[in-house]
Design a binder for this molecule. Sequence first.
Ligand SMILES: [Zn+2]
Length: 365
Amino acid sequence: MKKKYLSIMAITIAFILSGCYFAQGDKSKEQNEPDNKVSVEPQEAEDSEEKPENPEEDPIEEIDLSIQPNELGEIMILMYHGIGEEEKDWQRTPDNFRKDLQYMYDNKYQMISLNDYAKGEIKTKAGYTPIILTFDDGRQNNFNYIEKDGELVIDPDCAVGVLEEFKSKYSDFDVTASFFLNTNPFGQSEYTEQKLKWLVDNGYDVGNHTYSHLEMETLDSEEDIQAEIGSVNNIIKSYLPNYSVETLALPHGSNPKDAYAGSVLEGEYEGSKYKTIAVLDVGWRPAYSPFDTLTDFTSLYRVTASEINVDNCGMYDYFKSYENGNRERFISDGNSEVITIPKRHEEYLNMEMVGEKTVNIYEEN
Ligand SMILES: [Zn+2]
């Protein structure tokens, strides 16, 4: 608790003084023996060929410590809005978006879904850092159909078009994103169903961005909040009956009054229930690992995906901080059932999130 309070203070002070450079390298000072290995059934071997079941096999032995896995490092949840011709607040050009994706590919970032993050299911390959792409407001330039030679095709310059371009360019790039929707997802209402189905069939996710895009803080009853969230949930459900909307991006990053916070996480509208596992704020720093005790899934930090008007808190500022070692990024150990962390972070490991997974703590040289 105290630590969290301190880091909030640190954020505030960092803002006031000089943008948002503050290192996060002082995590653990504990010197206790790491005796919290949770034994668990070994995962299926990767090299497929039927291996005899061996209960003695230790998944930890297959972890390559030379890559310095750090599964308590930070994960960026990038906040995009529009993709359009002009670079401005809340809009990135298609070419700048391409530049972002190329940077991620070249610097060992791999996209994961927000849903997997919230469940602690991180399947990123060894040595790589998960990164999460989110798009707010369900703009048409996120997912636009155009006609080409009499056929309906995805606009190559809309967000989905650019993402798909990278998917086909690099077969080893895990391409995914979450789109946060209001009442009229992606404009072109004649194609709403087609678009939503296409997204979930192709590995993308959709989340809730509320009915009226009001600041939650201004709402004064549980009913109002449930209507704001539940109605969008029901709209998406009407197109995707088997899909659960589990994530919410707060309009303007505004949290509800404490008394109504529960309605954001769970509620019901017109007979249909919803449950939220991840709630996104607007700014201004990377999120913690899902296994970090500092993570609050009801109020997750995001980083603005922009290079203008970001006051040293934009995505490239953080990319640079990871490059020069001023901050620590999550480095996957390559096995989603093993959580590997340097010993100095041990006290931050949230065992509730770890659950049945195996914990692997190591001393750095
Ligand atoms: Zn919005």
